[in-house]
Design a protein around this ligand. Structure first.
Ligand SMILES: NC(=O)C1=CN([C@@H]2O[C@H](COP(=O)(O)OP(=O)(O)OC[C@H]3O[C@@H](n4cnc5c(N)ncnc54)[C@H](OP(=O)(O)O)[C@@H]3O)[C@@H](O)[C@H]2O)C=CC1
Ligand SMILES: O=C(O)C1=N[C@H](C(=O)O)C[C@H](O)C1
Length: 271
């Protein structure tokens, strides 16, 4: 089988640099380009050097441009506006698109779903195995317990993170809502402050902590009368997300158009 040629978007970021390294370590995958924000001071720098693996001859560029002709797809960990713009470009160029970016609006989600009518898009708030397994477990637990058990999702991340709740927290909330057979958008409690009144039975609550260099920690808490179940995942290294994204890229090559998730890639859809 021929190699999967991948462009990394957001190559100068925390995840982008980790991805350049993960691709260099992966078998059957090659780096076909590295892009970052047009305003980035890193444009023109060698992406391998930046990621700490030594020069790889692939400079960071400001645009997909002609790179698309030498690639099968894009792995994208950037910001919502960049991912939405890229989704249009990848669809036009016939490239698969692996999206790890989080913090999308409803309109952004719709634009990405529209692009997925033309090409394969794998999008997930968390690309690692452990979190996706946790989501499958949260769905099961929520399906087993009734509304006597309050569901709360707690997350903690590093102090540079710009969106809240995290994409993973929303993914876990969605899994629990599915298990319980409720609509997450209608039953979410996102941020309590002041005289809030008693908790509404059946709502799914979210809380976000920020500090230091925490890679990503998530709790799905099921608090019932006199007992509590906690499902927890703690990421220790961004490499787990990067390896998941590379796995998604290999899976996406040659797939029919559609919007897929990491649950599809990992075969956890029916878990
Ligand atoms: N799904 C998952 O498993 C994971 C998801 N994430 C998500 O990935 C995203 C990135 O995280 P992280 O790497 O920590 O963030 P960073 O801020 O470190 O990296 C984002 C990068 O995207 C670049 N960028 C901004 N605009 C554009 C553009 N128009 N075109 C190309 N690149 C652009 C930024 O450049 P500049 O700084 O110059 O603006 C920066 O280099 C976040 O949404 C985060 O939540 C993170 C980890 C795991
Ligand atoms: O911004 C991060 O760092 C992370 N973002 C993702 C999220 O929003 O859940 C995944 C991971 O937790 C790290």
């Amino acid at each position: 089988m021929s190699e999967v040629r991948v462009i990394v978007a957001g190559a100068g970021g925390r995840m982008g640099k980790t991805l350049v390294k993960a691709i260099a370590e992966a078998k059957g995958v090659v780096l076909a380009g590295a892009i970052d924000a047009p305003s980035s001071p890193l444009i023109g720098r060698d992406s391998g050097e930046m990621s700490g693996i030594g020069p790889n001859g692939i400079p960071v560029t400001a645009d997909l441009g002609s790179l698309a002709e030498q690639a099968d797809g894009v792995i994208d960990f950037t910001i919502p506006a960049a991912s939405v713009a890229l989704a249009e470009r990848t669809a036009a160029a016939g490239l698969f698109h692996v999206i790890g970016t989080t913090g999308f609006s409803v309109a952004d989600e719709q634009a990405i779903a529209a692009a997925a009518q033309t090409v394969a898009i794998v999008k997930s708030g968390n690309m690692c195995l452990g979190v996706n397994l946790l989501a499958a477990l949260a769905k099961r637990v929520a399906a087993t317990l009734d509304e006597e058990f309050d569901i709360e999702i707690l997350e903690m991340h590093h102090n540079k993170k710009i969106d809240a709740p995290s994409g993973t927290a929303l993914l876990l909330g969605e899994a629990a809502a599915r298990g319980r057979g409720i609509d997450l958008a209608a039953r979410s409690e996102r941020g309590r402050d002041g005289h809030t009144g008693a908790r509404k039975p059946g709502d799914i609550g979210f809380a976000s902590l920020r500090g230091g260099t925490v890679v990503g920690e998530h709790w799905a808490i099921f608090a019932g009368p006199a007992e509590r179940i906690e499902l927890v995942h703690k990421a220790e290294d961004r490499m787990i997300f990067a390896r998941g994204a590379v796995k998604a890229a290999v899976w996406a090559k040659g797939r029919p158009a559609g919007l897929y998730s990491m649950m599809d890639v990992l075969g956890l859809k029916d878990f």
